[in-house]
Design a protein around this ligand. Structure first.
Ligand SMILES: [Zn+2]
Length: 300
């Protein structure tokens, strides 16, 4: 630009050249640029990555981070942020943006991430069954210390008896009764992500997560099990919520890659075994915090 305006940090003020009565086009494009959403900034970031001529290197996500911080004060400032909170915010913000533009429901974001959890309660007085559906974009699991993700998923679908002070108010027989409660995954997304639903401090528990995750048909009301493959892990390194560092392991064409900010390297899949948590809070360690699976034979 030739008018001496200086751009704010993280922003580019680049004009579009008129190459013969193209101002009608430039005016619309520039107007759209001013309205860039978080999704636009994210798309631009991935476009920038894919346009790189070099096969290695670094891209600075300035406009995306600037937009994120502009829209949500939680992410401003130098404090250590929670990767799960960030992921939730971004997925939900993109969901809202896509829904506002594309009235089709479900949108492509829902098609990739959304599942339905059914809470089924059977009154033991009159045997009436009531069901309540809840959609989710990520699945929180109760994580038990020194256990495995597979075990936690099995526990997830266990029958729980409501009795004593927890008796169920049955609409069918209009009384408080003992009842059996079960959770089902009525629909599962092709690419669910899961997180340790316990408090951050409990991340230090040792929890095994498999590369091949088998969701039992019993839990999903399907005749056969559904297989998911692990393709990404967000790892927290450090001792607590307010400190530490995040890195990612991503499976790319059969090779695990470690992404540590601008440092990318090939790693052996045995590194996954080092992210199960140390089983004690005494030592600083790398712990799998968010797990990303995709349904086998699903093309994303
Ligand atoms: Zn009843």
């Amino acid at each position: 630009m030739g008018n001496g305006i200086s751009s704010p940090p993280g922003e580019k003020l680049i004009g579009l050249a008129n190459f013969g009565n193209t101002c009608y086009c430039n005016a619309i494009l520039q107007d759209k640029k001013a309205e860039a959403t978080l999704l636009d900034c994210l798309a631009e970031l991935f476009e920038t990555i894919s346009r790189q001529k070099k096969t290695t290197g670094t891209v600075t996500p300035k406009s995306f981070v600037a937009k994120l911080q502009h829209e949500n004060e939680t992410f401003r400032g130098p404090l250590h942020q929670d990767a799960h909170e960030f992921l939730n915010y971004v997925v939900n913000a993109i969901c809202d943006l896509v829904q506002a533009n594309d009235k089709a429901s479900p949108t492509w974001v829902h098609a990739i991430f959304q599942g339905t959890l059914t809470n089924e309660t059977t009154c033991l007085g009159c045997r009436a069954v009531s069901r309540r559906d809840e959609t989710f974009l990520d699945l929180s699991l109760e994580i038990e210390p020194n256990s495995s993700l597979t075990h936690c998923l099995k526990q997830f679908g266990q029958v729980e008896t409501l009795m004593g002070d927890d008796k169920f108010s049955c609409d069918a027989c209009c009384s408080r009764q003992d009842a059996e409660k079960r959770l089902y995954l009525r629909t599962t997304p092709p690419a669910p992500h899961m997180e340790d639903s316990q408090s951050f401090a409990k991340l230090f528990h040792r929890v095994l997560f498999p590369q091949e995750l088998r969701l039992p048909g019993r839990l999903m009301l399907t005749p056969s099990d559904v297989i998911y493959d692990l393709f990404g892990v967000v790892i927290h390194i450090g001792n607590g919520l307010d400190e530490g560092h995040y890195v990612s392991l991503i499976l790319w064409k059969g090779q695990w890659l470690l992404f540590d900010d601008d440092y990318v390297s090939k790693v052996d899949e045995a590194m996954l075994n080092e992210c199960y948590g140390p089983g004690s809070e005494a030592s600083s360690s790398a712990t799998g915090y968010l797990l990303f699976y995709k349904q086998r034979s699903t093309v994303l």
